[in-house]
Design a protein around this ligand. Structure first.
Ligand SMILES: *Cc1c(COP(=O)(O)O)cnc(C)c1O
Length: 360
């Protein structure tokens, strides 16, 4: 067996220990004689799995009882519709446009009410976080929406904007559990699992309980109502059982690593190794304004499309795979989530040095 260092933006690497443990439990989960994939979601065994996953997540986040945790389906993209459907009480919301995911969320929200872009870095090709120091918010807006870590462009909000009392709704798909977070500062946050917490098919939603409406219009599909999922403990219908089980294992793995504080230290150091090299390289350069750099997704270019393509190809031959940048951006992107070991980033930098020597 030989595993590669997988720099994919998502689905992304999972911790090897999690894969090994789940492989061991594949045929017989803790003596019950079947796989988690085969068991009833109404069984006490599965109830134990989902309860433990929730408990462990709450513990990692130090989450207060004022928040509900939901394990849903439909990916982060379905939240683009669920958020306005459930939260636009007065029919308006403000959006900060920092890339494709934020833009998609904004476009979707327009189907449900008045969605206003109050800041954008589109003119900078999304290579920075726009100035949000004094946002001109819509008085009747029900929330302020942002995408906290921009997976495609490699930018991150290192400070939340002043939302002037309005609930902040954040897409944290690609930075969730990468460092400590004060959930109390958000009304709602959501994360598709396949970036940093598990396999595709699960989206974690954390919502302040007072924002969960039960008075939605009758035309709102049942499955798109947060209160239905909250009242049923994420078991209104069959949930993505196996995905939830793996997410639970990842939560335990993070705890065993020392929790979110330890993840933060590791991620800071790991990203630093790559950014330090990019800053001194004569061939490669990062594409993001320094103060807005993400620790999770690191885009870089040589400035020569052919050389970029050669790099991606040769890297793959060395077991450093999925380094091609997003199709709309080009160049390279190294996604280095929690599960990417430091050795993977070091191997990448070593190869970049070698490539630089050979191509200058
Ligand atoms: C990947 C990603 C999405 C889309 O996730 P799906 O699960 O494919 O819907 C949305 N937002 C961000 C920030 C992402 O990284």
């Amino acid at each position: 067996m030989s595993r590669v260092y997988n720099f994919s933006a998502g689905p992304a690497m999972l911790p090897q220990e999690v894969l090994e443990q789940s492989a061991k439990e594949m045929l017989d989960y803790q003596g019950c004689g079947m796989s988690v994939m085969e068991m009833s979601h109404r069984s006490s065994v599965f109830q134990g799995i989902i309860d433990k996953a929730q408990q462990d997540l709450r513990k990692l986040l130090n989450l207060s009882d004022e928040y509900e945790v939901l394990f849903l389906q439909g990916g982060a993209s379905q939240q683009f519709a669920m958020v306005p459907t459930n939260l636009m009480k007065q029919g308006a919301a403000d959006y900060i446009i920092t890339g494709q995911w934020a833009k998609k969320a904004w476009q979707e929200a327009k189907k449900f009410g008045k969605a206003t872009a109050v800041a954008s870095s589109q003119e900078q090709n999304f290579s920075e976080i726009p100035d949000c120091s004094n946002l001109n918010l819509t008085p009747e807006a029900d929330y302020l929406y942002l995408c906290e870590n921009n997976t495609i462009y490699g930018t991150k909000f290192w400070e939340l904007p002043d939302s002037k009392g309005k609930p902040i709704v954040a897409d944290v798909s690609s930075c969730f559990l990468s460092q400590p977070v004060d959930v109390n500062r958000y009304g709602l946050l959501f994360a598709g699992a396949q970036k940093n917490i598990g396999p595709a098919g699960v989206v974690v939603v954390i919502i302040r309980k007072d924002l969960i409406r039960t008075d939605l219009p009758e035309t709102v599909p049942t499955m798109l109502q947060y209160h239905i999922h909250a009242e049923n403990g994420s078991l209104y219908n069959t949930p993505p059982c196996y995905g939830i089980y793996i997410c639970g294992k990842v939560f335990q793995w993070i705890e065993a690593q020392g929790g979110l504080k330890a993840m933060e230290e590791k991620n800071r150091y790991k990203a630093g190794v790559l950014y330090d090299f990019l800053d001194e390289s004569k061939l490669f350069k990062g594409t993001v304004r320094r103060q807005d750099r993400s620790w999770m997704n690191v885009p870089f270019v040589t400035g020569d499309a052919q050389l970029d393509a050669d790099f991606v190809k040769q890297a793959a031959q060395k077991g450093l795979v999925n380094l091609k940048g997003h199709r709309t951006v080009g160049g390279m992107r190294a996604s280095i989530y929690n599960a990417m070991p430091l050795e993977g980033v070091e191997a990448l930098v070593e190869f970049m040095k070698q490539f630089e020597r050979e191509n200058r």
